[in-house]
Design a protein around this ligand. Structure first.
Ligand code: IMP
Length: 499
């Protein structure tokens, strides 16, 4: 099948991730932006996402701006109403794009997107700094704190940046509410975090105030100026989207992944937006029922997770989680040599897969935790997003003699109620119950399939792929009830098979 046949008659296509993020969405956003979309919209998350784009020997990391901005075709790029936007980070990205020769004339920012302010980044970091074992392993970008302000009814919007009087009133109120929490922290820690030169949005300690923690005057000065600079991009994007949905070709660009959704993910180890198809559509200003095709991105037959939280199939188990959350790419590369994807030690096997797949965070450079594909979680995510998937990065496991795929879990925890049923020790689960209290007690039950040694890049059609590889894809489809629509085995466009 060709891309044309797959997208025939479709007007709105969504690309959420069905796992914990980092599944290689970027390639497909690029792919659809270049070949198909008129409008690309980010609907959720903020600068916690990261998308590295290489051009020649240079690269740009975009955290907020949709990558449709990089194409010669005229694509309107929208940062939607569901996004939490850090204005300084956005201005930085715009500057980086200009420096690299790209125009940002086609960038629209929703006037209703919520702001990430220094108090959010500060509180995110403070909470993580004192959390001990309760740590979530956030990206430290203030995401959770910015979203918290929405139901608390104290959030500021991009629109407020354009109206200094309103900005002042809302900032004052927000700071007063936040000050009560700030007072519970050690002032020296508050000062140290707010002065961290690594956080560019802190503007070299400009917002620190010894009495109140944060200076309203400094915030006003910087944020009104950001408003002036961003003004040309600020639009009522919901109105714009309503005018074009069903007429123009719209691509919804996912961020993070369904298992990190605040509504459907592995709670509490999740981000603070609903990054399933539902949140993505809403945050882009589109109704879920208007999405004609949902292609969920799935890394397979291995998968990854960044930060804390249960990961039943993790290679090396808790030892790997500890290792990944404590080290950085360079350190791991120094400390581990001669690892192989066939290593008998699962921790080392995981390290080899991580290296092969370059699984290090684009936003934090943390090693991503690596494990085998988990079908109970895939079945669960498919219930939310639908069955159509794109498989990415299988090429990383070339040469691995045995591929383990988790088909079910054995629940090994204490008996507990989940809704109307009592979950009992020893019970086998085929569909994951994502709550951390359950997932942390799930032992994977694996099926073993023989690996492949051939280079997938030679193939141009499904039937040309190695036999063992096809058997694995057929197994995933058959066991998880999903349809693999696209397989991607490398960063290049040609390394893609559409079925
Ligand atoms: P936050 O979104 O920074 O609050 O982080 C909450 C959790 O989501 C942490 O476990 C992060 O590692 C994870 N997370 C946030 N953004 C991403 C992403 O883009 N890829 C993978 N994990 C992410």
């Amino acid at each position: 099948m060709t891309l044309e046949t797959l997208v025939e008659g479709k007007k709105t296509i969504a690309l959420p991730c069905a796992q914990w993020g980092d599944t290689g969405k970027g390639k497909f956003v690029d792919f659809f932006a270049e070949e198909w979309a008129d409008i690309v919209i980010r609907g959720t998350g903020g600068a916690n996402a990261g998308h590295t784009i290489r051009f020649g020997d240079k690269e740009i990391v975009l955290h907020l701006i949709p990558s449709g901005i990089l194409h010669d075709r005229t694509v309107t790029n929208i940062i939607g109403n569901g996004v939490v936007l850090d204005p300084w980070e956005t201005l930085h990205e715009i500057q980086r794009l200009h420096d690299a020769g790209y125009s940002t004339d086609n960038l629209m920012i929703s006037h209703n997107a919520k702001l990430v302010l220094p108090q959010h980044i500060l509180l995110d970091r403070l909470e993580e700094a004192v959390a001990g074992k309760e740590k979530l392993g956030t990206t430290g970008r203030g995401i959770g704190k910015a979203y918290e302000d929405v139901p608390a009814r104290i959030a500021l919007t991009v629109n407020d940046l354009l109206n200094p009087d309103i900005l002042h009133k809302k900032l004052k109120r927000n700071l007063e509410r936040r000050a009560r929490v700030l007072q519970t922290y050690d002032p020296a820690l508050v000062k140290a975090i707010l002065s961290d030169p690594e956080v560019s949005s802190f503007r070299n300690g400009s917002f620190f105030n010894a009495e109140a923690g944060l200076s309203l005057d400094a915030l006003m000065a910087f944020y009104t100026e950001y408003g002036v600079q961003l003004k040309e991009h600020v639009r009522d994007t919901q109105k714009y989207v309503r005018e074009h949905v069903g007429r123009k070709k719209i691509l919804l660009e996912g961020a993070q992944g369904t298992l990190l959704s605040v509504d459907y993910g592995t709670i509490p180890f999740v981000t603070s937006s609903d990054c399933s198809i539902e949140g993505l559509a809403k945050g882009a200003g589109v109704n879920r029922s208007e999405v004609d095709l949902v292609l969920s991105i799935v890394k397979a037959p291995y998968m990854t997770r960044v930060g804390e939280g249960p990961f039943p199939t993790e290679l090396g188990g808790t030892e790997s989680a500890k290792h990944c959350n404590a080290s950085r790419r360079e350190q791991e590369q120094r400390e581990y040599h001669g690892v192989s994807v066939n290593d008998a030690d699962p921790l080392r096997q995981g390290i080899a897969i991580r290296r092969e797949g370059n699984e290090f965070g684009a936003t934090t450079s943390r090693p991503r935790r690596v494990g085998w594909l988990d079908l109970p979680l895939l079945r669960y995510a498919a219930q939310i997003n639908g069955p159509d998937i794109i498989v990415t990065k299988p090429d990383v496991l070339r040469g691995c003699n045995t591929i383990n795929i988790c088909d079910a879990y054995r629940y090994d925890g204490p008996n507990m109620y989940v809704g109307e049923t009592e979950l009992k020790k020893g019970q086998v689960l085929f569909t994951a119950i994502p709550a951390a209290e359950v997932l942390q007690h799930c032992t994977p039950l694996y099926d073993q399939l023989p690996g492949w040694h051939e280079d997938l890049r030679e193939a141009r059609a499904y039937h040309e792929l190695p036999r063992n590889f096809r058997a694995i894809m057929n197994y995933i489809e058959g066991r998880a009830g999903v349809h693999i629509r696209i397989i991607s085995f490398g960063p290049e466009r040609t390394q893609t098979i559409i079925r």
